[in-house]
Write a protein that binds this ligand. Structure first.
Ligand SMILES: Cc1cc2nc3c(=O)[nH]c(=O)nc-3n(C[C@H](O)[C@H](O)[C@H](O)COP(=O)(O)O)c2cc1C
Length: 200
């Protein structure tokens, strides 16, 4: 299927079929794809936590407000975090990045406030979300991106260090009863005239 059709077909799944699991091979592919995500100066300030353990997944569901039932029925939950310990991050920058990238970081990023720097790093993690949702759709995996979670509780449950939890994505296969599927209700978007301009 071409990417245009995939974009028309993918949607934020509101109800998963709890009997349908994603295979280990698909999860390995998704891990590999996430690792290949692009980021400014190749900074890669992220941590991706894949959860399939039912107990942990349920604990996270209870820390996810109205998203709880989606997470309980999903096959896997992937938690996206940004590195917020700048000392650790900068050591990684020095050890791994190209000279020009290190220069860019020191000149344009590090000179800002710590809050702005962490915001810039978080933007890099959001890029991986778009990449990931597109990858899932091409692999016929349904997904639910979620900011409606309690990041502090997630961090505690997952014992995450040096990172701040930003959002999570539930993965699985849609329940046929999910009334929000595009083939039932279409896609709701602003018109092209509103959001796209061409300078010819
Ligand atoms: C960063 C982000 C956070 C989101 N958080 C939630 C959420 O907590 N719960 C939910 O049901 N949908 C959430 N969504 C899904 C959006 O509401 C959805 O993408 C949008 O309405 C467009 O619908 P579609 O994805 O089905 O095309 C989120 C989407 C994004 C990109």
């Amino acid at each position: 299927m071409d990417f245009k059709s995939i974009a028309e077909k993918r949607y934020t799944t509101k109800k998963f079929d709890a009997t349908k699991k994603i295979t280990d091979a698909q999860i390995e592919d998704l891990k590999h794809i996430l690792k290949l995500s692009p980021s400014s100066i190749n900074s890669q300030p992220w941590l991706f936590t894949f959860v399939s353990n039912e107990q942990v997944k349920n604990d996270l569901a209870h820390a996810s407000y109205s998203n709880a039932s989606k997470i309980k029925d999903a096959s896997h939950l992937v938690v996206f975090s940004v590195m917020d310990n700048l000392e650790v991050f900068e050591k990684r920058v020095e050890e791994n990045l190209l000279e020009n990238s290190i220069k860019f970081y020191k000149q344009f990023v590090k000179t800002q406030t710590e809050e702005k720097t962490i915001n810039w790093l978080s933007q890099q993690v959001y890029i991986t979300l778009g990449f990931f949702l597109a990858a899932c759709a091409t692999m016929d995996i349904d997904s639910t991106p979620m900011e409606g979670i309690d990041p502090k509780k997630y961090k505690e449950i997952l014992h995450i260090k040096d990172h701040k939890v930003l959002f999570s994505v539930a993965l699985g296969h849609r329940h046929l009863d999910d009334d929000t599927q595009p083939n039932k209700i279409g896609k709701s978007r602003l018109t092209a005239d509103t959001v796209i301009q061409s300078i010819d």
